[in-house]
Design a protein around this ligand. Structure first.
Ligand code: SAH
Length: 345
C-alpha cells in the first residue's frame, strides 16, 4: 500500500524527501506543517523550498476534506459535521463537549459491511476504506472550525475499525505523535463489533488505547439476531480476545450494550450479561437504541433501563447509561450521511 503524504510516518517522509532530492530535515518541517500546524495547502509551508513544494503538489496531492454541512444541537452544543472526500463521497463526524474536554467521534470507512441490524451506517453497504489522512482531517477540520482543541477521540462513527486495520493503526500512531497533534493514546477509544483475530493483533501493537467491544447481547443466540458478525465468532471467542487485550495492555475494557426494547433488555438478560463479564476488569456502557426508520426497533422504557442497570450493579459490574448527546440533530451513527444521500437522490 502506497500512502498519501499526510498518511506517512516521519521516517517515511524522510525517505520521500530524499527521493525528491531534499535534505532529511525537510521531512520534519513537512510533518509539522501537516500535523501540528494543520495547514490546508503546500503553499502555506513557507519555509520549504518552492521547488520541493511544486514536486509534492504534482506527485503527492495533499489530502484535505471539505465541510459540506454542520448541524448544531440546541440542547447540548453537540455538532455533527458532514465532510466531502476528494472522490465525492461523504463521511460524518461528531463534536461533543464534556466537562473533561472536547471529544470527537470519527468515521473509519465510507459505509460499513458489518450489517448490524439497528445501525444506519450499514444500510447502504460498504463503499471504501478511509485513509489515515482522511481520519486525521476530520479532526483537523473540526479543530479549525471550532477554533478549539480536541482532547478525546472515539472511533465510533461509520465503519468497522478492525476491517480497516492498517489505516486505523497508522492513524493512531500519527494522531498521538509528539510532533503532531500529540493526543494521548489513553484518550483514544476504538470501538469494534468483535473481529477476533484483529483484536488479538491489535493487542500486540504496543498501543495504549481503550478497546470498546460492541456486545449488545448476553448470549450467542440473541447476538446473532442483532449482529451478523456473531455468526463468525462466538461470545466465548470474542471475550477471550478481549481478555487477551487486557492482559497485553492493562487497559480496562469497555463493553457497549445498546438496549433494544423487548429484545435484550430484560432482567434475565442483565443477569446473563453479568455472568459473562464476571471477573473481567471492565465497564459497561448502556446505550438506549436510537431507532432508525428502516427498522422497527424501539427504545426500552426508562424504568426498564434503570432496572437493567440496577441488576448489573447488584452483580458488582461497573455500569453507566450513556448520556444521549445531540438528540435533536440526526441521531446516531450514519444518520446524517444517510439523510444527505437520500436528499441527493
Ligand atoms: N463498527 C464499530 C463502531 C461503530 S458504532 C462497532 O461496531 O463497535 C459505535 C457503537 O454504536 C457500536 O456499539 C454500535 O453497535 C452502536 N450503534 C450503532 N447504531 C446504533 C443505534 N441506532 N442505536 C444505538 N447504538 C448504535
Amino acid at each position: 500500500m502506497v500512502w498519501d503524504c499526510k498518511s506517512m510516518l516521519p521516517e517515511e517522509l524522510k525517505v520521500l524527501a530524499e527521493q525528491l532530492g531534499e535534505k532529511p530535515f525537510r521531512a520534519a518541517q513537512l510533518f509539522g506543517w501537516m500535523h501540528e500546524k494543520n495547514v490546508r495547502s503546500y503553499d502555506e509551508m513557507t519555509n520549504l523550498p518552492a521547488s520541493f513544494r511544486k514536486k509534492l503538489e504534482t506527485k503527492y496531492p495533499l489530502t484535505v476534506l471539505d465541510c459540506v454541512e454542520m448541524q448544531v444541537s440546541k440542547l447540548d452544543g453537540t455538532r455533527k459535521f458532514l465532510f466531502r472526500l476528494e472522490d465525492g463521497n461523504v463521511v460524518e463526524s461528531v463534536w461533543m463537549e464534556y466537562h473533561h474536554g472536547n471529544s470527537v467521534c470519527i468515521s473509519t470507512q465510507v459505509g460499513c459491511k458489518m450489517g448490524c441490524r439497528f445501525c444506519a451506517s450499514t444500510l447502504g453497504g460498504w463503499v471504501r476504506d478511509l485513509k489515515p489522512s482522511e481520519m486525521l482531517e476530520q479532526i483537523y477540520q473540526i479543530q479549525r472550525i471550532m477554533n478549539d482543541r480536541v482532547s478525546n477521540i472515539v472511533l465510533m462513527g461509520t465503519g468497522e475499525p478492525m476491517d480497516n486495520y492498517d489505516a486505523v493503526v497508522r492513524f493512531i500512531r500519527l494522531v498521538s505523535h509528539e510532533k503532531g497533534l500529540n493526543i494521548s493514546q489513553r484518550n483514544i477509544t476504538v470501538s469494534t463489533c468483535g473481529i477476533v483475530p484483529r483484536i488479538r493483533q491489535f493487542a500486540d501493537e504496543g498501543l495504549n488505547v481503550t478497546l470498546a467491544l460492541s456486545l449488545h447481547a448476553p448470549n450467542d443466540e440473541k447476538r446473532r439476531e442483532l449482529m451478523p458478525i456473531a455468526n463468525r465468532y462466538s461470545l466465548e471467542e470474542v471475550l477471550a480476545a478481549c481478555r487477551y487485550y487486557f492482559d497485553r495492555t492493562g487497559r480496562r475494557l469497555t463493553f457497549e450494550y445498546s438496549l433494544v426494547g423487548g429484545k435484550n433488555d430484560s432482567e434475565e438478560d442483565a443477569r446473563q450479561l453479568a455472568g459473562l463479564l464476571k471477573g473481567l476488569n471492565c465497564h459497561v456502557n448502556l446505550i438506549p437504541v436510537n431507532p432508525i426508520k428502516e427498522r422497527n426497533y424501539v427504545q426500552s422504557g426508562q424504568k426498564v433501563i434503570e432496572a437493567f442497570k440496577n441488576k448489573l450493579e447488584k452483580y458488582k459490574i461497573n455500569v453507566t447509561i450513556r448520556r444521549e448527546m445531540g438528540r435533536d440533530i440526526d441521531g446516531a451513527c450514519g444518520q446524517l450521511r444517510k439523510s444527505y444521500m437520500d436528499k441527493k437522490e
